[in-house]
Design a protein around this ligand. Structure first.
Ligand code: F6P
Length: 327
């Protein structure tokens, strides 16, 4: 027996990621298909608190599947850590006749979602949307595939100029505390060295990887520096290397927020569409306090508590392979 839900709300929260619109679209259309009304909440949790509600129809999400960003807008909402603020959010939803919520975001967003579920028994299901790919309970998060493709395109261009001028480039990629973007882009661009938070690499080791003399035919170098590395950011690491290898011409590029924008790849659109649909199915099955993810092509429910406390692990063998192939 399906649970009775008359009106569901959907919001996007935290850093935006390409494919969030495809997920919103899937939530809206799957809900309408089941006879459920949909309310879009603008600006994440602050929209719940400030009643930024808008009715959504099937046509509200027309032509959004290929759009980057989020049509509902997003925000980080530190006030949501306070119980009274969450209480207000629940009261606002009840007043608007909303009886369930879908949250599209990362682990910070799921912590808030879990409190709505635990403290007020409000039905909430999450969809993993972040470029960082750091959420436990899914092989991939929505936006990761687009972000790595954007980064690879940019690093390929950097390689052209690095080669032309015999330069060593330190390219900083996003990921917060996780090295997925770093590792994937390093393998795909043939980077000479990869620095990710999960693996400790000191500057001496890094310099030995960069020994272009030993690498005979190499004239340029790309060092991928993932955010969150213990030795510092790309500028700091480049300065340390320059001290030890003064003959090297070095440059630094921080790819930054271009990694969060742009039209989602096919993989991200498909993942977002499936998970958006599965979020509505989960609510109708009476699920709450869980995230819908995909592991080996199958939909998996993971309690928010686990999705937030555990982390996806990088494959250490892949890290070694990146190193071997860069010789
Ligand atoms: O979580 C997504 C992300 O882009 C991280 O990779 C990055 O560390 C962070 O958000 C940047 O956030 P902001 O735009 O708020 O500085």
């Amino acid at each position: 027996m399906e649970k009775s839900i008359k009106r569901v709300a959907v919001l996007t929260s935290g850093g935006d990621s390409p494919g969030m619109n495809a997920a919103i679209r899937a939530v809206v259309r799957s809900a309408i298909y089941k006879g459920i009304e949909v309310v879009g909440v603008r600006r994440g949790y602050s929209g719940l608190v400030n009643k930024l509600f808008m009715g959504m129809q099937s046509h509200s999400v027309s032509k959004t599947i290929s759009m980057g960003g989020t049509i509902l807008k997003s925000s980080r909402c530190p006030e949501f850590k306070e119980r009274e603020v969450r209480e207000q959010a629940v009261a606002n939803m009840k007043e608007a006749g909303i009886d369930a919520l879908v949250v599209i975001g990362g682990d910070g967003s799921f912590r808030g979602a879990n409190l709505l579920h635990e403290e007020f028994g409000f039905p909430v299901v999450g969809i993993p949307g972040t470029i960082d790919n750091d959420i436990y309970g899914t092989d991939f998060t929505i936006g990761f595939d687009t972000a790595i493709n954007t980064a690879v395109g940019a690093i390929d261009k950097i390689r052209d100029t690095a080669d032309s001028h015999n330069l060593v480039f330190f390219v900083e990629v996003m990921g917060r505390d996780a090295g997925f973007i770093g590792l994937y882009t390093a393998i795909a661009t043939g980077a000479e060295a990869t620095l990710i938070p999960e693996v400790h690499t000191n500057v001496d080791e890094l310099c030995s990887y960069l020994d272009l003399e030993r690498r005979k035919n190499k004239t340029s170098g790309i060092v991928i520096v993932a955010e969150g590395h213990a030795e510092g950011n790309a500028h700091e690491i480049a300065a340390l290397v320059k001290e030890k290898l003064p003959d090297y011409e070095t440059r630094v590029t921080t790819l930054g927020h271009i990694q969060r924008g742009g039209s989602p790849t096919c993989n991200d659109r498909v993942l977002a569409s499936i998970l958006g649909h599965e979020a509505i199915e989960a609510l109708l099955k009476g699920e709450s306090g869980i995230m819908v993810g995909q592991i080996n092509g199958k939909t998996v429910y993971t309690p928010f508590v686990e999705a937030c406390s555990k982390h996806n692990k990088i494959n250490n063998l892949w890290y070694e392979i990146a190193h071997i192939l860069a010789l």
